[in-house]
Write a new protein. Structure first.
Lengths: 408, 408
C-alpha cells in the first residue's frame, strides 16, 4: 500500500459531502488549521490536525504552512477542437463585422472544419497540452464535450479522444456528447434531418461505444429552440445520457425552464436567466453551471449567481474553455471572477469550483472535497488562506498539485 | 564580446523609435517574418530576415518559429509595500462596509503600517519575488513607486530598496517618489504640514541621495486637490524630479488638465478623464498611462483609450500592481484588457505595453522596441502571432524571456 502524508497544512479549506450544496450551505465549508491529510493508494484515508500518529512509512509532502483545498473541478469545457480563432479578435478590433469574419472563413464553422480535418492523434496531443496546463493551475477533474465534429464520424472521434485522455492522462476527464452544438452548414436547410441524425444515428452509436455520460444541447435563438432541445435531451435519456443544457447565454428562450422540467443534472451559462428559470431549476434540482470567463470575454453581463444561491439552486463555476467565446482554461481566473463579478463569498466560490462542479458531472462521490473515501486530489497553494487566492489576479498560485496522491 | 543570436523567429513584432507613439502611429508596428536578432554584449546589434551571415561564434537561442516582441515595460507599479490586504475582499463580500473594514484595521493605512514596520531586507525580498514573477510573464522593465512609507525615513527606505533592486535584479527598475500618495493618519488635521514635509524635507533628501527620477501625486477628491498637486509637482521639478500624476481615477477634479499644464511626462489611471483633460494632455505632450487591471478589480468603467488615441495622446498600459486596488502583476492580463475592454487593436496594445511604456518612464532610448542600439530585451512567446497573445486569457504564454541578451 502506498501511503502519502500531506503535512504542515496551514489552512485546509473544503466543502463536505457527496452532493451539490445549495442555498446557505453553499458557503458552509470546513476550515482546519495545522492539518494533515493521509492518502493511501490514491484515496484519502484520514484527515486530522496537530501531529499525525498514523503515517509510518508514508512519503511526506510538506505543505509549508500554506493553504490546501480539494483539486479544482472544471465542469464545463469544449476541450476537443482543431485550430484557434485569434484572427477573429484582430479582425473585430480592426472594425470587421460579424459577416465579414464569417466570409473570411471565421466563426464556429471554421472550428468544425479544423476539427473534422484533424486526426485523433492531433486532437489528443492538443487536448493533452491543455490538460497539462489546466493541471498546473490546480484543476484535477475536467468535463469535456464533443460538438465541433457535427457528423457521426467526427463526434465519435472526439468522444474517443476524450476516453483516451481519461485513460492516459492523470486528469479525470468526463465525457459529454454535444452533437447538438449547432446545425452544421450542410444541414442549414434541413435542420429536422440534422436533429434526426443526432438522435437516431449519433446517440445509438455513443451508447453502443459507452463513450459519454451526458448529453448537452445549445438552446439559443440561433441554434436549437426549446422544443428541439427537449426532443434531443429526451432522446438522450433513452440512451442513458443524462441531460445538460446550454441555456440563456444570450437570449432567454426557455432553456433554464426546460432544465428544471426535464430534470437536467446541470444547466450552463445562464447569463440572462429569468426568475422563472431559476424557479424551475430549483424545483427540478438542477445545478447552475456558471461560466464567468465567457461573460468576461464577450463583454456580457454576469449571471445572477446570488439570486440562484438565494433560491436554493447550487452554483458551480467552470471555464467554458473553447476557441471562440472563451479561450481561457484557468480556473483561478474563474475564482477571481466569482468574487469580483458574481460577488459570491470566497467560501461559496470554493464550493462552486470543487464540490458543486463535481456534482454537476456526477462525480461528487469521488472528488470535490477533502474527505475520507474520496480521491486524494489536492492543491497546495502559494497562499496563506482562502481569501488570498480570490484576491490575487493573474498569478499562478497553485504551488503543488496532487492527483490521486501523486504530485503531477 | 558576447554574441547571442535569437534565430528562427516566425513573427517579429515591434514598434520603432525612441519616443512615444501617438494618434494613428500608435498602431504602426513593424512585422518581420522568418527573422533573427543579433545581440552583442547585451545590446541589439543587428536585425534581419532569412539567413543570418554575421553570427559566427554566437550562442543561438532558437525561437522555434514563434512570435518575438520587445520585453514588456510595466510603467506603473507600487512595488514596495508590506503585507497584503486579501482579508478586505472577504470582509466586503460578507457585507462589511468601508468603515467597518477601516475599523478592522484595513485600508491603505494598514499597508502604510506594514511598510513602516518592515525592514529594507524584508521589503527587498518581497519585491524581488514579485519581480521574478513579472519577468516570468514577459516584463523586462518596471517602474516602482514609493508612497506607503509616508514619512521621510520610510519613503527613503522604499526608494533605497528600489535602487538596490535595480542594481541587483536583472529587471530594470525605475524609481518614482510618491510621498504624496495620501495624507497619513497622523497629519489628518494638518494636511498643509504634511505637504510641507513632502516638499521641503523628503524631496531634498531624495535629490541628495539621487534615488528617484520622477515625482508622482495622487490627485483625487479624498487625497490631494488639483492645486495641492500642482504645488507638489512644481516643488518636485525644483529638485529635478519629472512630474507624473494619478488623475481622474474616481472623480475628475482636474488632474489630467494639470498634467498638460505642467508638462507631466505621464498621467496615470484617467478612468473618468473628461474631454478637456484629453485636450490638455495632447497639448502638453503627456503620455496617458492606463491601468485596465485596476478598473477590472474595482469593477469600474474603463478609461476612454480610443478617444485619447484619436486626440493624439500616446497610450501606455501598465499593471498598477499594489495590495489594495490591483493585486495583479501580470502584463499579459493587461494586454487582454487592452483589446477586450479598451478595444485597442493588437498593434496599438503592443505599442502601449512596450515603446509607450518605456517613453512614460523616459527609457525609450534604451528599451521598448527591437532596434539596433537598444537593449537586447525580448520575449519569445508560445504563440504564432500577435493576435494570439491578445486572445488567450489566463495562460502564461511567455516561453522565453531575454534580458540584455541573457535568458532569465
Amino acid at each position: 500500500m502506498k501511503k502519502v502524508l500531506v503535512s504542515n497544512i496551514g489552512m485546509l479549506a473544503t466543502p463536505k459531502g457527496s452532493a451539490a450544496k445549495c442555498g446557505k450551505s453553499q458557503g458552509e465549508i470546513e476550515i482546519l488549521r495545522d492539518a494533515w491529510v493521509l492518502i493511501e493508494d490514491g484515496m484519502i484515508a484520514k484527515v486530522g490536525t496537530g501531529k499525525c500518529e498514523c503515517a509510518e512509512g508514508a512519503e511526506v509532502i510538506d505543505a509549508g504552512g500554506k493553504l490546501v483545498t480539494p483539486g479544482l473541478v472544471d465542469a464545463h469545457t469544449h476541450l476537443i477542437f482543431g485550430g484557434w480563432r485569434q484572427n477573429e479578435l484582430g479582425l473585430k478590433l480592426h472594425g470587421a463585422t460579424y459577416l465579414e469574419i464569417q466570409n473570411a472563413g471565421g466563426g464556429i464553422q471554421s472550428t468544425t472544419n479544423a476539427t473534422r480535418s484533424a486526426t485523433e492523434e492531433e486532437l489528443r496531443d492538443k487536448a493533452a497540452k491543455a490538460l497539462d496546463e489546466m493541471m498546473g493551475f490546480g484543476t484535477t477533474t475536467v468535463e469535456a464535450k464533443s460538438g465541433y465534429g457535427l457528423a457521426t464520424e467526427h463526434e465519435l472521434k472526439a468522444l474517443q479522444v476524450i476516453k483516451d485522455l481519461d485513460e492516459q492522462h492523470p486528469m479525470d476527464v468526463v465525457a459529454t456528447f454535444m452533437g447538438a452544438h449547432l446545425v452544421p452548414a450542410e444541414y442549414k436547410n434541413d435542420r429536422a434531418e440534422y436533429i434526426r441524425l443526432v438522435c437516431e444515428e449519433m446517440m445509438p452509436a455513443v451508447k453502443e461505444q459507452g463513450i459519454a455520460k451526458f448529453c448537452d444541447v445549445f438552446c439559443e435563438a440561433d441554434t436549437f429552440t426549446m422544443e428541439e432541445s427537449r426532443k434531443i435531451l429526451e432522446a438522450g435519456l433513452k440512451y442513458g445520457l443524462r441531460p445538460k443544457i446550454h441555456a440563456d447565454e444570450i437570449e432567454a428562450i426557455g432553456g433554464s425552464v426546460l432544465a428544471g422540467e426535464i430534470g437536467a443534472i446541470s444547466s450552463e451559462h445562464l447569463i440572462v436567466c429569468p426568475p422563472e428559470g431559476i424557479a424551475s431549476m430549483a424545483k427540478g434540482g438542477v445545478i447552475a453551471c456558471l461560466l464567468p470567463a465567457t461573460s468576461f470575454n464577450l463583454g456580457a453581463v454576469f449571471a445572477p449567481a446570488r439570486d440562484m444561491v438565494n433560491a436554493g439552486v447550487p452554483v458551480a463555476m467552470a471555464t467554458d474553455f473553447n476557441p471562440g467565446s472563451c479561450p481561457c482554461l484557468n480556473m483561478q481566473f474563474v475564482i477571481n471572477l466569482g468574487c469580483l463579478k458574481y460577488k459570491l463569498t470566497p467560501e461559496e466560490v470554493l464550493t462552486a469550483v470543487t464540490l458543486n462542479g463535481a456534482a454537476a458531472i456526477d462525480m461528487a462521490d469521488k472528488v470535490g472535497s477533502v474527505e475520507v473515501g474520496k480521491q486524494g486530489d489536492l492543491v497546495i497553494w502559494e497562499s496563506p488562506d482562502l481569501d488570498y487566492i480570490c484576491y490575487r489576479v493573474g498569478s499562478n498560485l497553485a504551488k503543488t498539485v496532487i492527483k490521486k496522491g501523486v504530485i503531477v
